[in-house]
Design a protein around this ligand. Structure first.
Ligand code: DAH
Length: 366
């Protein structure tokens, strides 16, 4: 009896004095482990007479309970202390200046996407996104291109072998226009968004890559008209190319999802073999270059997206991001955008610290 009491006291003292989890584990093995003295003492109960057992059991069991509690408490305390110590040791002072120049650079496409978001945010547009793996309902049908529409074949679509649960074809989106549908279905009207992102078509040469980037724009309200579209694009291009003499020409065209549809041309001249945006396309030494498609959203598209065309109308546009990046920053081969050549990236990439802002100029160079 006294033996157990003094052994228990010694064990509790050792547990209290333990300074590491290893020391604590050694103490656990010595007491509660298979061959620990508490376990062995418990085993002796089996060979005792009922009277002896009634007398001996409470002391052994309370020894076991108090030692187990002490081990648990000490373990928790040691773990908490270890965590504190680790947190103290691993602090990072984020206010320290970065000594090494950053090795990576921001890809021109990412930079231009940031510029787009910045300029359009100033005009009250939010950025919307949609999946790159789309279904043919969002990519085609809801955009007024049913199964038999010839424009479907023109998109050189990458299809997946599977279908959705609703039986829709699964594909890599061929344009950012399906985000129009998703945004209208999700948010209803009025709406003012841009949707930049990757799109895919089975096409490859000096000016086409199987993956490229577009930015979609969509404005829906009660009395939106083509004048709003022209002003918006003109204002955007002035900010983007950082010059006031941007002249746009809206040329009648056809897209299934807009009516009327126009192609957007911008006046440019050629300086030192490079196209420079600016001026009137019909002026001497100038010409027109197509930058994208747009128009008034087709009433059928509004219906597919759950909006009443008698109440709502709006414009949409789609621009090639790689194209306007090349024009602004002077690259001439689209394929180099996606080669990942470090020399190209070092030359055309941007510093991560060079965030485009309207006040500092959206095109500050690295
Ligand atoms: N989705 C078209 C394409 O990839 C571009 C486009 C044209 C988008 C007209 C539009 C639009 O929003 O109104 O060829």
């Amino acid at each position: 009896m006294t033996d157990i009491t003094s052994q228990t006291e010694a064990a509790l003292a050792a547990i209290a004095a333990a300074t590491s989890l290893d020391a604590l584990e050694a103490e656990r093995l010595e007491t509660l482990g298979k061959k620990g003295w508490v376990s062995l003492a418990l085993k002796t109960l089996g060979g005792m007479s009922p009277e002896e057992r009634t007398a001996a059991a409470p002391a052994i069991q309370s020894a076991r309970a108090s030692i187990a509690d002490a081990l648990d408490a000490k373990k928790a305390a040691l773990e908490a202390a270890a965590l504190e110590e680790q947190l103290a040791r691993e602090t990072v002072d984020l206010t320290l200046p970065a000594f090494a120049a950053p090795k990576g650079s921001v890809h021109p496409v990412s930079q231009v996407m940031d510029e787009l978001a910045e300029i359009f945010a100033d005009l009250g547009f939010a950025v919307a996104t949609g999946p790159e793996i789309e279904d043919d309902w969002h990519n085609f049908t809801a955009l007024n291109m049913d199964e038999t529409h010839p424009a479907r074949a023109m998109h050189d679509t990458f299809y997946f072998p599977d279908k959705t649960a609703e039986g829709r074809e699964i594909l890599l989106r061929t344009h950012t226009s399906p985000v129009q549908i998703r945004a209208m279905l999700d948010q209803g009207a009025p709406i003012r968004i841009i949707a930049p992102g990757r799109v895919y078509r089975s096409d490859s040469d000096a000016t086409h890559t199987p993956m490229f980037h577009q930015v979609e724009g969509l404005v829906i309200d009660r009395d939106i008209h083509l004048g709003h579209l022209k002003w918006t694009l003109e204002t955007f291009f002035k900010a983007f190319f950082e010059r006031e003499d941007i002249t746009l020409r809206l040329r009648p065209s056809y897209f299934p999802f807009t009516e009327p549809s126009v192609e957007v041309d911008v006046g440019y001249s050629t300086e030192g073999g490079r196209r420079v945006v600016g001026g009137h396309g019909d002026a001497p030494g100038h010409a027109w270059m197509e930058l994208g498609g747009s128009g008034m959203v087709n009433a059928r598209v509004l219906e597919f997206a759950g909006l009443d065309p008698m109440e709502w109308q709006g414009f949409a546009f789609g621009l090639g991001i790689d194209r306007i990046a090349m024009l602004k920053y002077g690259m001439n081969d689209l394929r180099a955008f996606f080669d990942g050549d470090p020399r190209w990236l070092a030359h055309y990439g941007f510093s991560p610290f060079d965030q485009p802002t309207l006040s500092a100029g959206v095109g500050a160079r690295a």
